[in-house]
Design a protein around this ligand. Structure first.
Ligand code: PA5
Length: 464
């Protein structure tokens, strides 16, 4: 494992009474064993097929790479249509592993087509997309596990219709790539009928745990990401997360510390990477943490209304926006820093600059300044008694990103096991999906519509 996890600043030794005493960890042996067993014993079973996603064989990787190359050779743009767990993996890996201004690079300098991940249905966004892509030479990866999500289906309908008009019905079919559950859902049926290329999502891999299945791997192949290294990293993290001793298992330890912090009223989890390439990794974390742990009842049906509200923050940008609150506001947060030790492109701050300003900066690199600021923020928070821990990445590459993604999935699964909840369902989201079907007039949702219409809006509570 290349990542390092430093949880010193979660402990009483660093932050006093707001921290966790070592005895709290030691005395919870039974809970550690139970949480560990629940996740590890169920590896590859039920909704835990995600643990197996990095284990695909060489042949499958070779096929993905070949497919990726084929699309790279002919596409001007590659557009992912999906939402939630069907979009955030492609978004965060695109951000982490490709040039930060990939789409703006001249074609010769780009190793892949322009990449867009459309995870909203704002009509302005759709028309803006259509202003910058050439539909005739664009390829669309429609990703939906259920094959039924209104947002994704609406995007598909619009773009397939445009494609047919632009290149004709026969060729349009070749521009659509579907990633969905084989044999289930409306999109699979449509793909079969229309003859689209289909990639499957294993039935026991849920949306937010699907980044290392075809949901992520197909776009990563098109992006030219080193899938072998990414899966190698994910497997290394899997091994680390299968260590039974909490003191050497990063995901088990940080999950426990987070759950203990929650019990002490620290209901906000701030994810603060210090690298622009990891900005959307915080979005990935926010979704998996929120949707998995925000639950009304535990597995025994007892009302728990648990969860920790995730918040994203970017170092150093948000030092000038959020950190004042983190340092002096309520003691209700745990901050996770992600630090990067070596930036591929470092930029020198020139030492021979004649302007007599900022002399203390001269001769340093931007990377050094960024690291100094991360450590200073860590210091300021710790001094103020604020819970924080740091994930250190030697550098951002396919292997370390694979490790980080796998760590987030295990950390979430262990946290859910400590909380005794069903980590892998999302009844709150499903309720919203059903209400949308009802409002838009889908057959079979008439009762839901009645329920919606029965909600009374009092005029006196509306300000005009
Ligand atoms: O994590 C989840 O399960 C959700 O966020 C889903 O990914 C999201 O609702 C999209 O669902 P689908 O992939 O079925 O379109």
């Amino acid at each position: 494992m290349k990542l390092r996890f430093d949880y010193n600043n979660m402990m009483t030794s660093a932050i006093g009474s707001h921290g966790i005493a070592p005895s709290v960890i030691d005395k919870a042996q039974k809970a550690h064993v139970a949480a560990f067993k629940e996740v590890i014993d169920n590896s590859g079973k039920g909704w835990q097929e995600w643990t197996e996603t990095p284990l695909i064989d060489e042949k499958a990787v070779a096929e993905l790479n070949e497919f990726g190359k084929e699309i790279r050779d002919k596409a001007s743009s590659f557009v992912v249509l999906g939402i939630g767990g069907s979009a955030l993996g492609p978004i965060c890996v695109f951000n982490a592993l490709l040039h930060l201004h990939h789409n703006e690079l001249p074609e010769k300098m780009r190793k892949a087509p322009k990449i867009y991940v459309e995870d909203n249905i704002d009509p302005v966004r759709m028309s803006s997309l259509l202003d910058v892509i050439d539909v005739k030479t664009s390829y669309f990866n429609v990703i939906t596990k259920s094959g039924e999500t209104s947002e994704t289906l609406s995007q598909f309908l619009i773009l397939y219709n445009m494609l047919k008009k632009a290149v004709g019905e026969k060729e349009a079919k070749e521009h659509i790539i579907v990633t969905t559950t084989i044999g289930k859902g409306a999109l699979y049926a449509c793909a079969e009928k229309e003859g689209f290329k289909v990639f499957g999502i294993p039935s026991g891999v849920g949306g937010r745990f699907s980044v290392l299945s075809n949901v992520g791997l197909v776009p990563f192949a098109v992006m030219g990401v080193d899938i072998d290294s990414m899966l190698y990293g994910a497997r290394a993290m899997r091994e680390a997360c299968e260590r039974p001793d909490i003191k050497s298992n990063p995901a088990l330890m940080t999950a426990f510390l987070q759950v203990k912090s929650m019990e002490a009223g620290k209901n906000i989890s701030v994810m603060m990477p210090y690298a622009d390439g990891l900005k959307t990794m915080a979005d990935f974390y926010c979704q998996i943490w929120a949707e998995s742990l925000g639950k009304a009842v535990d597995k025994a049906g007892k009302k728990v209304n648990c969860g920790q509200t995730p918040a994203k923050s970017l170092g150093v940008t948000d030092q000038h926006s959020q950190v004042q609150l983190y340092t002096e506001g309520p003691f209700d947060k745990v901050v996770t820093f992600i630090g990067v030790e070596s930036f591929g492109d470092n930029v020198d701050i020139p030492s021979d600059e004649t302007a007599d300003i900022g002399n203390f900066l001269k001769g340093h690199t931007m990377g050094e300044l960024l690291t100094a600021e991360r450590k200073s923020t860590e210091f300021a928070l710790t001094k103020a008694g604020r819970s924080n821990f740091t994930i250190l990445m030697p550098e951002i590459n396919a292997e370390t990103v694979g490790e980080l993604l796998m760590y987030f999935m295990y950390e979430t699964a262990f946290a859910g096991a400590y909380l005794g909840i069903d980590t892998f369902n999302q009844p709150g989201v499903e309720e919203g999906k059903k209400a949308t079907f009802a409002m838009i007039g889908r057959a079979g949702y008439e009762e839901k519509l009645k329920e919606l219409e029965s909600l009374e809006k009092k005029a006196e509570y509306i300000i005009k």
